[in-house]
Design a protein. Sequence first.
Lengths: 394, 223
Amino acid sequence: MNIISISIKNLKRKKIRSVLTIGGVALAVAVLVSLLGFDKGYQKSLTDNIDKMGYQLLVTAKGCPYEAATMMLKGGGGLRYMEQKVYDNIRTDSRVDKISPQLVASTFDPELQKGQGGYALYMGINDDYLKLKPWAKFKSGGWFSGDDTNEVIIGFEAAEFEQRSVGDEVFIAGVGQVLKVVGIFERTGTQDDGMMFIPLKSAQRIFSLPGKLTGIGVKLKDIHQIAKFEEDLYSVPEIQIISMAQVRGTILNLVSSAKVLANAVAFIAIFIAAIGVMNTILMSVFERTQEIGISKAMGASRLDIFKFIWSETILICTLGGTIGCALAIVGSGFVEFIIKKILPYAPTGNLVSIEPKLLISALTGAVILGMASGIYPAWRASSMRPVQAIRSAE
Amino acid sequence: METVVIKTEKLTKLYKLSAEVVRAVDGVDLEIRAGEFVAIMGPSGSGKTTLLDMIGCLDAITSGKLEIMGQDVSQISESGLVNIRRGKIGFVFQDFSLLPTLTAMENVQLAPFFARQKESSATAKRLLETVGLSERARHLPRQLSGGEKQRVAIARALAVNPQFLIADEPTGHLDSKNSQTIFELLKELNDKQGLTVILATHDIGLGKQCKRIISLRDGKIQI
């Protein structure tokens, strides 16, 4: 004879009611675990993404949007250009480890997106680009044959989406040029996957932007010199410097308001679940008034009764918490899918990261929830007067 | 002379019903000795149940004096009474009052569990045998007849080895044949094991078979 086995028997008495209550707790815990897991996973993959850009600083012309997504939103416009001499100056700085000039251009292509039309992004690069991204590998083909050729290397996703393979010809709408596909990159999990790369000089020629650049990616020998390096560049007119740490912060800020809302929803779900548990147990306490009276007549103390009822709520919440954690793990893929649809900027990689630590704290939380919501029903039961309780059915 | 199990002096219980004060039990003087088989009789509302509740330490008294096994319990509050009744008093109620999720055997075992006594399945088995239900040990209350349920309840009351047994209309919900069986069982426990039994009943036929009858009317003992 022990308290747990008796509690389980009592919960089994009204199976549907118990299952619904446990389900409510499970759902609330699943939502909470998914959201907290998302928060962690999102930050991690965002950091990974930014690290994978290869540079710590991006130098751009003043007023230029530094984020490709923003550029897309603006319909591909709003790009600003700086003179290539800026690049030549920075390159000679002794603190620079690696540096890569870039020229981004976009053209409207009516053929894109199944005939609806869309912007194709081209990035002019030189050999230095690969030095900044030593992990970049070719899925097929290879590097340009010269520094001013009508050739293109396509990012993994762009190639897949447009069904391109090495040897194909790509027509650049608007400028009347044809490029030959010489290489396709492996998936990197960054924005590069959606890009078309052409030699820097070709880009300047094709898009009629001689001697112009949109950005310069810079990696310093010592990361601690970033602040000083940035400060030194402030004196150069017509440019701005964006550190990747800053970009990360900006994106996280964008997401944080959505996060607050989502967390509020999760906590409301938990609160409702707690009230559900309390209601269920309170109902079952009232139904069992007479039994509680009998138990008291047999010598059960207030504490005994309290423990009986309390263990039922804790049992419900522990079970619900366990199921909720399992649901969160199983459903994390689905949550990720939804989030990627909703968020303005979703990094690639696993957005929902559910770690053992999170699961343990969620379970602990569920048990505490059970304890809290069980106090009142247990107290009500334990303070019933035996005489009235026994005769309640008469 | 046997020891006095229960002694009351001017035992009184008042209830307030809106403006009116009801004297449910009104100055009862009573002495019950070990081994007695007492019937408390009287019409509905005569105070039988209230008297048994006080004697059984389920309810606090309003005034007067109540001694259980020589201990004055008059001043003890309702919450403190649990320590007095625990393991000393066995209860049998009119509507059987078994816990529906537990088997006959578990119901019997639950009493020592609550009474902080050593629970043993052997004792529970022996008690179910005493009440003639050893075959039904694994049955749930809903699988038992009324008479069988009441026999389980008696086994449960005995499981704590009580000083006396309070049976409040134990045959009230039973037909006459089952009533007689339950009564015979209580009588046998009284005869063979010397168990003190205090029985409240409407049934004059059963009352007459007891060693002593106490008649109550309007909360007072009729002589």
